[in-house]
Design a binder for this molecule. Structure first.
Ligand SMILES: Cc1cc2nc3c(=O)[nH]c(=O)nc-3n(C[C@H](O)[C@H](O)[C@H](O)COP(=O)(O)O)c2cc1C
Length: 220
């Protein structure tokens, strides 16, 4: 199936919950995030950890929506520098990190406004996102991609590197805490950056930095 056919045939949001339905328009609109509830912050901090054993069961669309919003959603319309405010800070509010979402059905890019998933690739790349086979099994792997072009005004390469590393870290910790709050397994790991960037068809100024695999904990 080519990319065009795939995009036309994308099933509705139920697809994200592992169900099959008739074709739906793309991009995929996520359900509104649930921004209340969950376990208290101190309990989530107490339980935050890396869990590499992840069951293949799909995440419900609502959980995926909440996960992405927690990671790097918009939490206020007006933030610094004339851009919306996000759940994670970024240097100069440049918001240079994009979250790509690898699902069994293909790869999508998270658009925080208006909170939706834009199709990128019609392939299941999960077996190729990590250096260890365990990542292949997780139903969702978030790929943190930076856009170096957003740092046009930052001349020193080490400053660019430290800015973008810090920015990824804030997002990843949001994801870790959301997962701890929901009892989900969460594993932040380092891909072969060059290979993954190529696989995603990223532009010259973009780079895949880290992968964050998420799902239900595998039963022991
Ligand atoms: C920058 C960074 C890179 C990491 N890369 C990997 C990795 O490539 N593979 C892996 O299994 N874990 C990776 N991890 C996860 C760490 O091994 C893990 O967070 C650490 O052992 C502490 O465990 P905890 O998260 O359960 O506290 C990485 C973590 C960070 C912060």
């Amino acid at each position: 199936m080519n990319r065009r056919t795939w995009m036309k045939s994308l099933p509705a949001m139920a697809m994200l919950a592992g169900q099959r339905t008739k074709a739906a328009p793309e991009p995929l609109v996520l359900p509104a995030p649930q921004t209340e509830g969950g376990r208290p912050l101190m309990q989530a901090l107490r339980d935050r950890k890396t869990t590499r054993e992840i069951a293949p069961d799909p995440l419900p669309a609502q959980v995926l929506s909440n996960l992405l919003w927690a990671g790097f959603g918009v939490n206020r319309r007006e933030g610094p520098m004339g851009r919306p405010g996000r759940t994670a800070p970024s240097a100069m509010n440049l918001q240079e990190i994009e979250i790509y979402v690898a699902l069994p059905q293909g790869v999508f890019r998270y658009e925080a406004v208006p909170h939706r998933l834009v199709p990128v690739l019609p392939e299941d790349i999960r077996p190729k996102v990590g250096r260890r086979p365990a990542a292949a099994q997780a139903p969702v792997s978030l790929i943190y991609v930076t856009d170096w072009s957003k740092f046009a005004k930052v001349q020193q390469p080490d400053l660019r590197n430290s800015f973008t590393s810090a920015d990824v870290g804030f997002i990843a910790q949001n994801v870790y805490l959301y997962c701890a709050s929901e009892g989900l397994a969460s594993w932040f790991h380092t891909p072969d950056r060059e290979a993954l960037s190529k696989l995603l068809g990223l532009g010259e100024q973009q780079q895949a930095l880290y992968v964050h695999s998420v799902g239900y904990p595998a039963k022991k």
